[in-house]
Design a protein around this ligand. Structure first.
Ligand code: HEM
Length: 433
């Protein structure tokens, strides 16, 4: 049977991406896709584990949008920013490591990797644990709380504020400003995303510039301090540092929040695994690794073809957009046993959720540490809650995957006697495994 053009911008795809991935992966390793839902041109989608690994690491593929020429089916500018961004938005994005190739990428990347290195991230663990405990206690005190807006989003905002070195009272405001910026990272941002992001970037630039000027320059374990040190050593300009902080705030909040939402949702859908966690037969770290594989918060890693090449029997032209389907390779039965089963007792968690090559996620240590702390604090509460699974719960972006709402009810006495009387107990979750 001939498959329709691959399109990750539909409700059907969002409801069951694993079914779509499996059908396309079985048909071929590479597909051309184009969505009528976006004005953007199409892209190559890669579903095969080895080919994804190859594309992410081969220097024939890059990220710099202005280097690609419109010679192929898609333009390089499709990647991550839609139509060409007008200044000053484009000048901010030009300082974002994820949209640069070497040598600028190498220089900015070394500053960020150093700032987010494992030893520094470990110094934030105690504070992250306290934040997780506080947020879990506040959510746990409510008879009904929304996993997304009452726990994951404020926790992620608090963690990012802490590690950047911002006042704790600015967390909520920071989360609201970061949200439109993170939408800009989708590979075909919807109309209206760019103006909203431009305005949010202006607000955040002013805010972070004020914080930069107010900080006294004394060394501390914050990102602000690390980037300040990098500017004094001449490794990057103040402008590049502030723009990089905007990227870290927006990316970090969105992905960390989504990771926590996905981990908690997976555990609720698999009560035996939640019970294993509660009984200390599994660790929160394992829950995070299996979530990254099973319900990856970032579904695609994008590249632009810099030099014409062949992949999976197709000719990729200079300027073509290539999207590596991380969510698909993470469920590849050829790479993982029981790939469609959520299991915390795996010998090895094989996934490519952090991408690969020179652009592999720079926030990986923070994501793992802060994600595990969030689940450690939340697991005992999850064990005593019932989820009200909504009908259309997924974020509208193709890049990021997470529910937009999940109400968790304290079991009511009436429900245990008469389940039909309690609306929270009426709906079955749509389980993918
Ligand atoms: C929570 C789970 C997270 C996931 C699943 C994730 C995933 C990813 C992926 C797939 C990429 C692209 C890799 C590629 O193109 O090969 C990426 C890049 C990046 N991530 Fe993450 N990320 C997460 C958390 C974070 C956090 C917490 C931060 C920062 C505080 C962060 C900052 C970045 C940056 C700056 C890049 C661009 C790196 C470059 O181009 O060199 N990420 N991430």
């Amino acid at each position: 049977m001939r498959l329709p053009r691959f399109d990750p911008f539909t409700d059907a795809f969002r409801a069951a991406p694993d079914a779509a991935y499996s059908a396309y992966r079985r048909a071929a390793a590479v597909h051309w896709g184009k969505s009528p839902a976006t004005r953007a041109r199409g892209a190559w989608y890669v579903f095969d584990t080895d080919l994804v690994r190859h594309v992410l690491r081969d220097p024939a593929f890059g990220r710099e949008t202005h280097r690609g020429k419109q010679t192929g089916k898609s333009t390089a500018r499709d990647i991550g920013r839609g139509p060409v961004a007008a200044p000053p938005l484009s000048s901010v994005i030009d300082n974002w490591v994820m949209f640069r190739d070497p040598p600028v990428h190498t220089r900015l990347r070394s500053v960020l990797s150093e700032a987010l290195r494992r030893e520094r991230v470990e110094t934030w663990r105690t504070d992250c644990r306290r934040l997780a405990d506080d947020h879990a206690a506040a959510a746990g005190a409510m008879p009904v709380f929304d996993l997304v807006s009452d726990y994951a989003v404020p926790y992620a905002a608090a963690v990012i504020g802490l590690v950047v070195g911002l006042p704790a009272t600015d967390g909520r405001c920071l989360a609201e400003t970061a949200a439109p910026i993170s939408r800009l990272l989708d590979f075909h941002p919807a109309p209206g995303v760019q103006p909203a992001a431009a305005s949010a970037i202006q607000t955040m630039t002013r805010y972070l510039t004020d914080r930069w000027e107010q900080s006294d320059g004394a060394a501390s374990a914050t990102l602000l301090s690390a980037l300040r040190a990098a500017t004094s050593e001449g490794r990057c300009s103040i402008r590049e540092a502030i723009h990089s902080l905007i990227l870290l705030v927006a990316t970090g909040q969105a992905t960390l929040g989504n990771l926590v939402i996905n981990a908690a949702s997976c555990l609720l859908m698999h009560p035996d695994q939640l019970a294993a966690l509660a009984a200390d037969q599994a660790t929160p770290e394992r829950a995070i690794e299996e979530t990254l594989r099973f319900e990856s918060p970032v579904q695609f890693a994008g590249r632009v073809v810099l030099d014409e090449t062949r992949v999976g029997g197709h000719r990729f032209n200079r300027g073509d957009l290539v999207l590596c389907a991380l969510g698909a390779v993470n469920r590849d039965p050829a790479a993982t046993d029981d790939a469609d089963v959520f299991r915390l007792d795996r010998d090895r968690f094989r996934h490519q959720s952090f991408g690969g090559g020179i652009h592999a996620c720079v926030g990986v240590n923070l994501a793992r540490m802060a994600g595990a702390e969030a689940i450690r604090a939340l697991a005992p509460i999850l064990a005593n809650r019932t989820a009200a699974w909504p009908q259309r719960p997924w974020r509208e972006l193709a890049l990021f995957r997470a529910r937009t709402r999940l109400d968790l009810h304290r079991p009511c006495a009436a429900a245990s006697r008469l389940p039909a009387m309690c609306p929270a107990h009426d709906q079955e979750p749509e389980r993918s495994a």
